[in-house]
Design a protein around this ligand. Structure first.
Ligand SMILES: CSC[C@H]1O[C@H](OP(=O)(O)O)[C@H](O)[C@@H]1O
Length: 361
């Protein structure tokens, strides 16, 4: 595997006008290869989300929004265009079940189509939908920056060179901007506080080893890759002073679904008196779900565990359990970092108060 070139210009971008296409950095090939793929159909976007060529809750929502724009291509009539948009939203919603950002973005695009003057031509609806997808993208970029500021404020008291552990990948590759948990770490670094970042590998798909390690190195941060089994002694010995991770869906009571392994880190952090933070935009909150018990958890293929990257590690036929996410109960979360501020303590009341403010904004 060769060293990677400079960080990508943009892991997710739209090229052209309403008849344009979505360009994605294929994250399954990182860090060894920087290859961009152009998606010109809804199905190509569906496949890219399903196989994690594009991944991360906010990035999935943004990609799906652009996927709806692709549904409007070459539609001869408004009736056909409206039908294609509905079918696209329904299909894209089946790509992955946990990240609520996907469903939030699709509903926002569907609502724009429903509210658009039925007498207007398909091309005008396509332009309006592209504007909405770009607005979702831009809003996420701003949310990432705000989460970075609030997260850095929370972490700064740890002092210069503090050890901070993160899980999976929550950077520019997972969002429309600089990330969520990683945005807080990038901001801390930019402020000269030189965080010593520990990225765990995050089996089975190795988002930590392949993507977070790569993002941290590209930006010149002090990064150490650790195995998924190493956090406990690092917390016990005071090397890791805080944990900050992302989320894919946060229930109304603050329970949070995130990459498998997150719950275990939260338990370890509580045992060792280490603060455990979750950083996520308001688009990752799902107030329709009362608690984490109702969050759908994606089950993925056994081969991701038995033969990662095509190299078989386990005997053929062994039973495999491969949930992509787990749920961390609110009581184990020290604080939630959003673009509107920090929620602490984590409770239905404090979440409601902050998100009501968001909705009202
Ligand atoms: C900024 S959201 C990142 C979030 O998404 C990841 O899941 P996946 O790589 O399967 O899309 C992981 O849960 C991250 O915390």
């Amino acid at each position: 595997m060769t060293d990677s070139p400079a960080p990508p210009a943009n892991p997710l971008s739209w090229t052209g006008g309403a008849d344009g296409f979505l360009t994605l950095l294929d994250q399954t090939l990182l860090p060894g290869e920087t290859r961009y793929i152009n998606c010109e159909t809804v199905e190509e976007v569906w496949q890219a989300i399903k196989r994690l060529a594009v991944r991360g809750a906010p990035a999935i929502g943004i990609a799906a929004a652009y996927g709806v724009v692709l549904a409007t291509r070459d539609q001869a009539s408004r009736t056909a265009c409206d039908a294609a948009i509905e079918a696209a939203c329904d299909h894209l919603a089946t790509s992955r079940p946990t990240a609520v950002n996907l469903f939030w973005a699709l509903e926002r695009m569907r609502r724009v189509a429903h509210e658009f003057d039925p007498e207007q031509l398909p091309i005008l609806l396509a332009k309006r939908l592209l504007a909405e997808a770009q607005a979702i993208h831009q809003a996420d970029r701003a949310q990432c920056a705000a989460i970075g500021r609030f997260g850095a404020e929370l972490l700064a008291p740890l002092g210069k060179g503090a050890g901070i552990l993160t899980h999976c990948n929550t950077g520019a590759l997972a969002t429309g901007g600089d990330g969520t948990a990683l945005a807080a770490i990038f901001t801390l670094h930019a402020q000269g506080l030189a965080p010593r970042v520990f990225a765990d590998e995050t089996r089975p798909l190795l988002q930590g080893a392949r993507l977070t390690a790569w993002e941290l190195m590209q930006r010149g941060l002090d990064a150490t890759l650790i195995t998924d089994s190493m956090p406990a002694p690092l917390m016990r010995d005071g090397v890791v002073k805080a944990v900050i991770v992302g989320a894919d869906r946060i229930a109304a009571n603050g329970d949070a679904a995130n990459k498998i392994g997150t719950y275990g880190l939260a338990v370890l952090a509580r045992h060792h008196g280490v603060p455990f933070y979750i950083a996520a935009p308001s688009t990752t909150f799902d107030l329709s779900i009362a608690s984490g018990a109702a969050i759908p958890i994606e089950q993925r293929a056994a081969e991701e565990v038995t033969e990662p990257m095509g190299v078989r590690f386990a005997p053929a036929g062994i039973k495999v359990d491969n949930p992509a996410f787990d749920v961390t109960p609110a009581e184990l979360i020290t604080a939630l970092v959003t673009e509107r501020g920090v929620i602490e303590p984590v409770s239905e009341e404090s979440i409601g108060a902050l998100l009501t403010e968001v909705v009202a904004a």
